[in-house]
Write a protein that binds this ligand. Structure first.
Ligand SMILES: Nc1ncnc2c1ncn2[C@@H]1O[C@H](COP(=O)(O)OP(=O)(O)OP(=O)(O)O)[C@@H](O)[C@H]1O
Ligand SMILES: [Mg+2]
Length: 377
């Protein structure tokens, strides 16, 4: 297995489009790294450069200690699993899985044993003599993964391999790929635009936007300490509430945005360094709670002005409530107790310790959110 490193990697396509804008990060040996970001942010381009299917405009890609920029794909000792499986339709499952090994001139016995071993791991021993069109989507996906496993490559690359499957199968394959990663202890790079997939599978996640890395961190660090408003709204579902306004410091520190007035209390005194500035305040839907009256608020919570409900989504274990506080849209995930009806006001309070503050200009997190010492303005 091997470590993978990108050093200032840039990709400009022939039409002048910069798909990857000078990206540097390393994926450790045996790590499961997820590249995530919206459509067009450069995920596939990055993966294809790792695979050698796309040239690198600038910078270096290392696999192990070797710079592989000029190395042809077949010498890179990597295997890639694509979204569309790309199985050979006229070949049986066995031959599809054996094909890469035959090309590399492995002996018959070795091929048979590797295919059998992979088929056993993936639970497809009983379909080895079928053709792809006689398989379900999930089975085809397993064959595509099997074809990668038999190679025993240093690095596995996955490009949205589960997006053609229905929700249940996707969840099942997600678990299986995670298990596979554990048992093979292989370096894996997995591309998805699905943040749930990213959060549940990745040891670390690389969040991309327009060819730029936004943040690289463990799933929970991304969730708890997003570096900017893009990551804050991309990770988590429904998205974090983001409200732009001003920090006012007449008397106690407070956040003001149109009809929204939020006293911040003493716990956030460190934000005083930003008094008078435009900031974006963020709070996740799960950090809002129902409260009956302003005077029953417990310490550490901040009341929102009454939210007029516009939509309730009862999910059984919780209800997602959409509404507006003045003109500001608010989403809350609430316990499935009796809630007011649509059109009625809802009193909500935020856990103060879960408030995030971002610069209103460029969206970067204001460090005071994380610790007591504010960064000088
Ligand atoms: N061969 C090409 N020539 C010119 N531009 C390209 C080419 N391939 C991709 N692009 C552009 O580069 C950008 C990144 O494309 P890429 O396929 O890497 O995105 P992605 O993150 O994988 O998106 P998706 O989630 O939709 O698969 C896009 O704007 C795309 O239109
Ligand atoms: Mg893609």
């Amino acid at each position: 297995m091997a470590r993978v490193e990108l050093k200032n990697v840039r990709k400009v396509y022939g039409n002048g489009h910069e798909a990857v804008a000078g990206v540097s990060f390393a994926i450790e040996d045996g790590e499961f790294a997820v590249l995530v970001g919206p459509s067009g942010c450069g995920k596939s381009t990055m993966l294809r450069m790792l695979a050698g299917l796309e040239s690198v405009t600038e910078g270096e890609i290392l696999i192990g200690d070797t710079v592989v920029n000029e190395m042809p794909p077949k010498e890179r000792d990597i295997a890639m699993v694509f979204q569309n499986y790309a199985l050979y339709p006229h070949m049986t499952v066995f031959d599809n899985m054996a094909f890469g090994l035959k090309l590399r001139r492995y002996g018959k016995k070795e091929i048979k044993s590797r295919v059998a071993q992979a088929a056993e791991v993936l639970g497809i021993l009983d379909i080895l003599d079928r053709k792809p069109k006689q398989l379900s989507g999930g089975q085809q996906q397993r064959v595509a993964v099997g074809r990668a496993i038999v190679r025993k490559p240093q690095v596995f690359l996955f490009d949205e391999p589960l997006s053609n499957l229905d929700a249940k199968l996707r969840m099942q394959m997600r678990t299986e790929i995670t298990k596979l990663h554990r048992s093979l202890a292989a370096t894996m790079v997995y591309v998805t635009h699905d943040q749930v997939e990213a959060m549940t599978m990745g040891d670390r996640i690389v969040v991309l936007r327009d060819g730029h890395v936004q943040q690289i961190d463990t799933p929970l660090a991304l969730y708890n300490r997003p570096a900017n408003t893009f990551v804050a709204s991309f990770i988590g579902s429904p998205s974090m509430n983001l409200v732009e306004g001003c920090l006012a410091a007449d008397g106690g520190l407070a956040f003001e945005s149109g009809d929204v007035h939020m006293p911040l209390g003493e716990g956030l005194a460190s934000m005083r360094a930003y008094a008078g500035r435009q900031v974006t305040v963020g709070f996740r839907p799960e950090h809002l709670h129902l409260h009956a009256h302003a005077d029953t608020l417990t310490a550490g919570t901040i009341p929102l002005p009454p939210v007029t409900l516009s939509l309730l989504e009862p999910l059984g274990h919780e209800t997602v409530a959409y509404g507006r506080a003045g003109g500001t849209p608010i989403v809350a995930r609430l316990k499935p107790q009796t809630l007011p009806q649509v059109g009625e006001p809802l009193n909500l309070a935020i856990d103060a310790e879960h408030l995030h503050f971002f610069c209103a200009d460029d969206g970067h997190v204001l460090e005071a959110t994380r610790d007591a010492e504010p960064v000088a303005a």
